[in-house]
Every structure is written in C-alpha cells, then in structure tokens.
Design a protein around this ligand. Structure first.
Ligand SMILES: Cc1cc2nc3c(=O)[nH]c(=O)nc-3n(C[C@H](O)[C@H](O)[C@H](O)COP(=O)(O)OP(=O)(O)OC[C@H]3O[C@@H](n4cnc5c(N)ncnc54)[C@H](O)[C@@H]3O)c2cc1C
Length: 391
C-alpha cells in the first residue's frame, strides 16, 4: 500500500517503522523544517517498553533512560498522597524515564532510510474523493491507499475523521517544563511530585541521558493555569522559582540555572474523544485521536500501542476497512479507560477546585493501601488497565 502519515512525533515515527517493515511504501509529512524532539522528558511505562522490545529497541532504551521503581507524591509538609512501587504490580515491573531526544533518536535510527520523511510540509486537509493530502502552500500529495493522522493533540486533520469527533476541549490548565542537569540528585529511581492544594503541582522525573550532552538529567514540571502558561515570561519564571523553592527547598540549587522563560517549554492539554478513530481510509492515532492531560503519564505509551495495533490489524486483514475495524476494537477499551481516568483525576491535581485538595490529601494515601484499590491503582500507573495486546 501507499501510506501517507501526517506528523513525525512518537505515533508517526512508530507507525512509519512498523508499516515500512511490512513492505508498505510510507511517506511522512512533518511540519517542522528540522526533525527533532519536542518537549523535555517522559515516563515510559511497561506497555510502551514492550512495544520498543518488539521493535528490538528495548535494550538501547534501557541504556539511555533511567529505571524508575517508585512514584512518591507528597504535600509540602511531607504527608504522603501517592506512594506506589512498580514491583508491587509484579516482580521485575518498572517504568523508564527518558528524554524526548533519546526516544526520538532511537526511533529515528530504527527507521533510517526506510521511510521518506518530508519536512517543512504542514498538511491542512485530506481530500477523501482523491485520497490525497493538501499542504498549506496548495500542493497536493498522494493519492494514498491509507492516510494515518498522527499530528498530535492540536491536530488540524482530526475534523477530517468526519462525524467522529465527540469531544475536543482545551483544559483550563497546562504546565511549563524543562530538562535540568542534576548529577547529584538524591532519588534517581523515583518520580517525585509535590502537591500544594490543587493549584500547584511540581514534578521531578529522572530521565537518564540526553543525546549530545553529558551527565544525568531530570524533567522538571510545574503546573500553571492555561492563561499563565500562554504569557509565561521572565518575571513569571522568577515567581515560579520562588514558589517552587518555598514548597520544595531542595530544588533551589537545581533551578538556579533557569534564568530565562524560553528555557522552559509551554504545554497546554486537550481532552479529545473520537467516536471511532477512522473514516473511510483515514485513521487517527496518538494524541490526535485521544489527547488527554498528562496526569497519568500515558500519552507516549498509547502512541506506541496505537502504532503497533494498527500494524497488526493491517497484517491480519487484506481488506483495509476490516483492518481499521479490528484496530478500533483492539484499542477501544484501553483508550476509553485512560480517557475516563484522566478526566476524573486531573481536577484533583490541577484545577481551581481548591476544596478537592484536602479530601485528596486525606484519602489518597489510606485508599492506596487498601489491597483491592492498590491493585487497581498499580494497573492504571503501569498503563496496563484493560489493555489488549497480542504480543
Ligand atoms: C508536560 C507533559 C508531560 C508529559 N508526560 C508524559 C509522560 O510522562 N509519559 C507519557 O507517556 N506521555 C507524556 N506526555 C504525553 C505525550 O507527550 C504525548 O501523548 C505524545 O507525545 C503524543 O505523541 P504523538 O505522536 O501523538 O503527538 P506529538 O508528539 O505531538 O507529535 C505530532 C507531530 O506532528 C507534527 N504536526 C502537527 N501538525 C502537523 C501538520 N498539520 N502537518 C504535518 N505535521 C504536523 C508535529 O510537529 C509533531 O512532530 C506528556 C505531555 C506533556 C505536555
């Protein structure tokens, strides 16, 4: 088949590798003029690691990233709100902190030369009648037997999945985040978070190595209301550093290197629900299909799972319509579970609903120790809740 993929983020990269390996003729369109990662770092879950394993990339990922064994979230006074150990899910279970750059280079190396990646082309429309893609300069690309839309949370191609967009809203909250070099950080195997009410959430996620740089790195994350993300400037950076250090004094030496607002990335989240992720011979994967707040740290993993499930469905069915139906059924329960959980949990950690904070702080710790609840929480953390995966 001739396959056109829109977007060369994690979903587009993984789909390009897997479909290319199946012998399809794959062309990727990426709007950025230069290929590279966007953002700081992320937590790869056992689910995402399993997909990398299938791509024979897990060993390299482990060498580049940082094994994460535990998640600890506390209030500024030290009260435990979240305390989870991957090993309580099952022995040998863990997450992997990685820089975006490390994952990008890893997937790029697995794809090198096999796929045509056309950079600096912003696709703006899909013509269903001719099965082609149109870019913003009026050029037409295609025709394609299958179009894979992987253009991220703020997708412009999503509406071309006609009649399928059930929800598409901007979250009122977002975050600023960046990589910090912290060779002397005391908790390299832990994702640490600090919550002050529902209006402030700070995270330190060790992410291992960074291509082209020395030392060990963490992703620093600070949640902010959306309007404050948009106008985050040097003065806002000073305020943020003051607040972060007041709530978490150990951060002071590590935040000292932040002097300009443009050293941090800005993120706004969307909540996207599609009735079906396909229309005709166009299929939507990754954040474009199910953007959510990153509260549960699943988006990269879901992008990898989508790409794998799509490739498996296409391998199992000669008929594209049947393959897309099988793809939808295979991913449905998992995607819906995490959409629901993320919509339910995000306001407890990032919202103006201050009254939720004390209840969360009082109940989450004890609830997490109840045997039934603990198992469910660990299933959600590991990305494995209601997951159907063939391999
Ligand atoms: C602060 C923050 C923390 C996060 N932490 C985690 C975490 O710990 N774990 C986790 O699993 N996930 C995390 N995520 C979520 C994760 O980043 C996303 O879910 C994931 O990157 C989605 O991948 P994607 O390929 O679908 O989209 P993207 O990575 O957004 O890629 C989309 C690509 O499409 C390109 N593009 C866009 N529009 C067009 C167009 N019109 N034409 C051509 N190209 C286009 C873009 O340039 C980009 O390269 C986090 C997100 C944020 C914001």
């Amino acid at each position: 088949m001739r396959v056109g993929i829109v977007g060369y983020g994690t979903a587009g990269q993984a789909a390009a590798i897997l479909l290319g390996r199946q012998g399809h003729e794959v062309t990727v369109f990426e709007k950025s003029p230069v290929l590279g990662p966007v953002g700081a770092g992320f937590l790869l879950q056992p689910t995402g690691l399993a997909v990398l394993d299938r791509l024979a990339l897990a060993e390299k990922a482990l060498a580049l990233g940082q094994r994460i064994d535990e998640l600890h979230g506390t209030t500024p006074s030290g009260r435990a709100v979240m305390a989870m150990r991957y090993a309580d899910r099952r022995p040998g279970c863990f997450g992997l902190g990685m820089t975006r750059g490390a994952l990008f280079e890893l997937l790029r190396s697995a794809d090198a030369g096999a796929t045509t990646v056309r950079t600096g082309i912003r696709i703006v429309a899909h013509d269903e009648a001719t099965s082609s893609l149109h870019d913003e300069e009026g050029h037409v690309h295609g025709p394609f037997d299958l179009v894979v839309v992987a253009d991220g949370a703020h997708s412009v191609l999503r509406p071309h999945c006609k009649g399928q967009v059930r929800r598409e809203s901007l979250y009122p909250w977002g975050a600023v985040w960046c990589l910090l070099r912290v060779d002397d950080w005391h908790a390299h195997e832990h994702l640490l978070q600090r919550y002050a009410g529902t209006r402030t959430m700070i995270g330190m996620l060790p992410v291992g190595t960074r291509p082209g740089h020395e030392g060990r790195w963490v992703t620093f994350f600070f949640s902010l209301p959306g309007d404050r993300v948009e106008c985050f400037d040097d003065a806002a950076l000073d305020d943020m550093k003051r607040e972060a250090v007041a709530l978490w004094p150990e951060l002071a030496p590590h935040l000292a290197s932040l002097e300009r607002a443009d050293q941090l990335h800005k993120a706004r989240y969307r909540d996207v629900v599609l009735r079906r992720p396909h229309h005709g011979h166009l299929v939507v994967i990754g954040d474009a299909a199910h953007a959510m707040s990153p509260q549960l740290g699943q988006g990269v993993n879901m992008a990898l799972l989508d790409a794998e499930a799509l490739a498996d469905a296409l391998a199992a069915h000669d008929d594209i319509d049947k393959a897309l139906g099988a793809y939808r059924r295979g991913r449905h329960a998992h995607v819906r579970t995490y959409q629901f959980m993320s919509r339910w949990l995000t306001p407890l950690f990032q919202s103006d609903h201050a009254w939720l904070g004390p209840g969360r702080d009082a109940l989450f710790g004890p609830m997490g120790r109840l045997p039934g609840v603990r198992g469910t929480m660990l299933g959600i953390l590991s990305g494995e809740a209601r997951l159907r995966r063939k391999h």
